[in-house]
Design a protein around this ligand. Structure first.
Ligand code: ADP
Ligand code: ZN
Length: 524
């Protein structure tokens, strides 16, 4: 098979090999950076077109491109797709037949391989590393780069060792790619890969074709059937919080003649493969899954994603609903949540054996997720706000945009909260902020002389729960950031300043008095 001409320009390769007339979004900038030998971090939503960012430079630069990927199924898919367009691609991983592995090694040694997909374990095993470092490597791509972040929801300890790549491949440009938008993960990736000067390219994570709705859970199965009823004959994913529940829900659906099947990490490899094959076949199927049904799920026409339990973070939520509508067609996502979910998630976190520092981050993310479920504002704006992205106008495709909830003008209350956070130096958590607002004497307040500030006691007239609610809703709106360490509250200038200046009105959810009573009762 004829290898692509090495003299080709990136654009020529894009059109001749991949059949695309033009680069899309940030692809060209990423390709240019790598062509110039620069390290690069690409953040793009799923379906954004990340592969081209490393595949084109891998073909345009001399040598073999290395692609580090955590998922064998994903590697095999990519290799098959590349071979189809005439690129000599191969993979090295633990599930390869010996013959195939030998062929890939021979091609590699002869310099015939354009692109090699490799798992991090395999790459870093002494033999492989030695063999590869003798070859000309065009580019090193680190796919699903968020796996390197210990805070992320898909941490892979073996990714940590990738920090040593520059020692083995000096001067070879590296390009890290992820669909995780969270700013902390981004910082972690740059730090862990030791590429502080990398060009960071960040696409918008807005998915205009995704219809987002969040509803209180009243009757789970009835609500689920109602959503599915709008999508008969289409593919759907239903996320549940436990393996048992996926089995139970799938059974209930099958009893009602839905083509449902469960998917979770407890299935045997054969069952998993069978489920995946059915899902990929293109037939209408309802996968009832835990989060184990995740990375690498690549069916373009999933028309609906339903959550029967609350995800653990906005990042996880975004990834999961993002599996709908990858083809760009209108798709529906519905999250059902209840007070139980929230309590269970918090409890689970408290009981978790994770290190304290990690628990603080997980808790901050969980609270952000809770806030998302509560917001009266545009959900897309709130969700993107969690990733540090500002959407200028409400999306128009979420439940809150379509039918506004009961709310009151809380601009003055929001200003009180924001000025308090600012005055106390953006270094304290919600409990202390509420205490200062209420003029509550405390050791910390006295130590830092917060009791002498003009904001001390400006919120005396309202109970603590009220202020906690305002704070949560301001987090949801993106006006307040919860910083990693000690969950301190800080202002997100771009959103907070217009509120403080009175240029932006803040509508707050009118919390029913019942809820406040229960909350207080629960604390007593
Ligand atoms: P990601 O890895 O970011 O989820 P992919 O690399 O799988 O995304 O690309 C998503 C889809 O976009 C694929 O179907 C791919 O063929 C298509 N695509 C990528 N780049 C372009 C382009 N420049 N023009 C048109 N389609 C593209
Ligand atoms: Zn909206």
């Amino acid at each position: 098979m004829a290898a692509p001409e090495r003299e080709d320009t990136p654009r020529a390769i894009l059109s001749r090999v991949f059949g695309f007339p033009d680069f899309r979004g940030l692809q060209e900038e990423a390709v240019d950076a790598v062509m110039a030998g620069r390290d690069c971090l690409v953040l793009m939503p799923t379906g954004g077109g990340k592969s081209i960012c490393y595949q084109v430079p891998a073909l345009a630069r001399p040598g073999t491109g290395l692609v580090i990927s955590p998922l064998i199924a994903l590697m095999d898919d990519q290799v098959a797709a590349l071979r189809q367009v005439g690129v000599n691609a191969g993979a090295l991983h633990s599930e390869l037949e010996p013959d195939d592995a030998a062929r890939v090694r021979a091609d590699l040694a002869a310099g015939r391989l354009d692109i090699l997909y490799v798992s991090p374990e395999r790459l870093l095993s002494p033999g492989t590393l030695e063999r590869l470092s003798r070859l000309t490597i065009s580019v090193i791509a680190i796919d699903e780069a968020h796996c390197i972040s210990a805070w992320g929801h898909e941490f892979r300890p073996e990714y940590r060792a990738l920090a040593t790549l520059p020692e083995h491949f000096p001067g070879v440009p590296r390009i890290a790619l992820t669909a995780t938008a969270d700013p902390r993960t981004q910082t972690d990736i740059l730090g862990a890969l030791a590429m502080p000067d990398a060009l960071v390219l960040r696409a918008s994570f807005h998915r205009p074709n995704l219809d987002i709705a969040v509803r209180p859970k009243t009757s789970e199965l009835r609500q689920l059937l109602e959503v599915l009823g709008r999508h008969e004959g289409e593919a759907a994913i239903v996320y549940c919080g436990s393996r048992n529940k996926t089995e139970r829900v799938a059974r209930s659906l099958v009893e009602r003649d839905w083509p449902a099947l469960p998917f979770h990490a407890g299935l045997s490899p054969i069952e998993k493969r069978a489920a995946l094959a059915r899902f990929r076949s293109g037939e209408p199927v309802v996968i009832v899954a835990t989060v184990a049904f995740g990375m690498g799920i690549d069916r373009p026409d999933v028309r609906t994603v339903v959550h029967l339990d609350m995800p653990s973070s906005p990042e996880a939520y975004y990834q999961q609903i993002g599996r709908a509508g990858r083809d760009g067609e209108k798709s529906e996502t519905v999250l059902l949540y209840g007070g139980d979910d929230i309590a269970r998630a918090r409890h689970w976190l408290e009981q978790s054996a994770a290190p304290e520092a990690q628990k603080r981050i997980m808790s901050a993310r969980l609270e952000a997720m809770i806030t998302l479920t509560e917001t009266t504002g545009c959900r897309t704006q709130a969700l993107l706000g969690c990733f540090g992205e500002t959407l200028a106008t409400p999306c128009g495709h979420c439940d809150n945009c379509r039918s506004p909830v009961a709310s009151f003008d809380g601009t003055v209350e929001a200003q009180k909260v924001l000025s308090t956070i600012y005055r106390i130096g953006q270094k304290f958590g919600a409990v202390h902020v509420a205490a200062v607002l209420r003029g509550k004497e405390s050791e910390m307040g006295a130590r830092y002389s917060h009791d002498r500030l003009s904001v001390f006691g400006i919120g005396k007239d309202r109970p603590e729960q009220f202020w906690r609610g305002v704070i949560r809703q301001l987090i949801a709106r993106g006006a307040i950031r919860v910083t990693g360490d000690y969950n301190a509250l800080a202002l997100n200038e771009a959103v907070a300043r217009p509120i403080l200046r009175g240029e932006d009105k803040v509508l707050l959810r009118d919390d029913p008095v019942e809820e406040l009573k229960t909350a207080r009762g629960a604390r007593a």
